[in-house]
Design a protein around this ligand. Structure first.
Ligand code: BYC
Length: 324
């Protein structure tokens, strides 16, 4: 490219950037075909693909209990929930594909450990009470984080999130209801099982919101672009404030001796999160990281014949159409 042409391209890019910034500042939504800065595109691919991976890996801890659900009703609910999660993964992979990445690239990044997925799914599900607590706390935290994403500046992601959030609220309610039954109509042993599950899942649920704002490398830029609307710490606080009154109704406590209502601020103070544990789990060394990844790689390999057959069928149909 000549120097003149380079200058012209530079001016054009600056104009596009200014127009993009003005749209973001005005609260406009960006569509897939609109011009966008490369860093915005990359940030979205990172977040949306990691979100999709979380939904797919998130099927594993609960899938583990489908065959052991205590009643037909609970089994039907759990099956529906896990299927919803597969659906969420698919909407989200599709939303990420609109940004120019492919499903194969995203799956490969997950399987080679390059892409992250939510830390929460690297903990084991030890008892049936874990199913209720995952619904109540994990889906509860997910909704708190995901409702603001329905207003994300990237429209295909925002649209996917509207449907995801509707389904997540059913997930949260079914978990809370299952726990209410165990706590109010169950035996002492069942109540202990619920309390034990709350003790194990409370802190990992608070970690789902990501590092503290001061240690979050992506937050500032993502907030400026309207990808994230509410910060990690603010969402975590909102989650604690909404959840403690629900714990009181259930009759369980959370494992935090420092938790107390702060009259002045009108919110709960809570204890320090173990960030060393968070980073250990995020970086691959949690209790179930290896098993989760191995299960996904196996499922992908076992499904190769299905993908091959679907592709062969599609090719055959296309040839038939061409010939007609
Ligand atoms: N686990 O700068 P930060 C579900 C990473 S699915 C693992 O604050 P960002 C459900 C982060 O990716 C739940 N990694 O990042 C499904 C970044 O690393 P990279 C999933 C985490 O993106 C089935 C680094 O730490 N929800 O609910 O601005 C059944 C620095 O963090 C975590 C979503 O994905 C974590 N907890 O903010 C039931 C929602 N936290 O990428 C339930 C969409 C942070 O720079 N995602 N990291 O290498 C988001 O809202 C944001 O991506 C996050 C993190 C708030 C998670």
């Amino acid at each position: 490219m000549s120097v003149g042409a380079q200058d012209a391209a530079g001016v054009e890019d600056a104009e596009k950037q200014a127009a993009f910034d003005a749209r973001i500042d005005a609260g406009d939504f960006i569509e897939a075909k609109d011009w966008m800065p490369e860093h915005y595109r990359k940030t979205l691919v990172r977040q949306i693909s990691q979100h999709a991976h979380s939904e797919i890996v998130g099927m594993l801890p609960e899938g583990n209990w489908i065959t052991r659900a205590p009643t037909l009703k609970r089994k039907a609910i759990l099956l529906a929930k896990v299927q919803d999660e597969a659906g969420h993964g698919l909407y989200l992979y599709s939303a990420a594909e609109t940004l120019g990445t492919s499903r194969d690239q995203m799956v490969n990044a997950l399987h080679t450990g390059k892409a992250k997925y939510s830390s929460i799914f690297n903990y084991p599900t030890l008892t049936w009470a874990d199913m209720g607590v995952i619904g109540w706390l994990v889906d509860g935290a997910a909704i708190m984080n995901q409702v603001p994403l329905c207003r994300c500046s990237y429209a295909p992601y925002a649209r996917a999130m509207i449907r995801v959030c509707r389904e997540e609220s059913f997930h949260q309610r079914q978990g809370y209801e299952a726990l209410l039954v165990m706590m109010k109509q169950g035996t002492a042993e069942q109540r202990e099982m619920v309390q034990d599950a709350v003790n194990r899942w409370w802190w990992p649920s608070l970690m789902m919101f990501g590092p503290a704002d001061k240690d979050s490398p992506n937050s500032e830029q993502s907030m400026r672009w309207g990808i994230k609307r509410i910060s990690n710490d603010q969402l975590r606080q909102k989650f604690v404030d909404a959840t403690i009154p629900q714990a009181e109704i259930l009759g369980v406590t959370v494992p935090d001796p420092d938790l107390q209502w702060n009259e002045e601020r009108g919110e709960y103070d809570f204890g320090a999160i173990d960030w060393a544990e968070f980073w250990r789990v995020v970086n691959g060394d949690g209790p179930m990281n290896r098993e989760r990844l191995a299960a996904r790689v196996k499922a992908w390999d076992d499904g190769a014949w299905v993908r091959d057959a679907a592709l062969a069928h599609a090719k055959k149909q296309a040839t038939k159409k061409e010939a007609a």
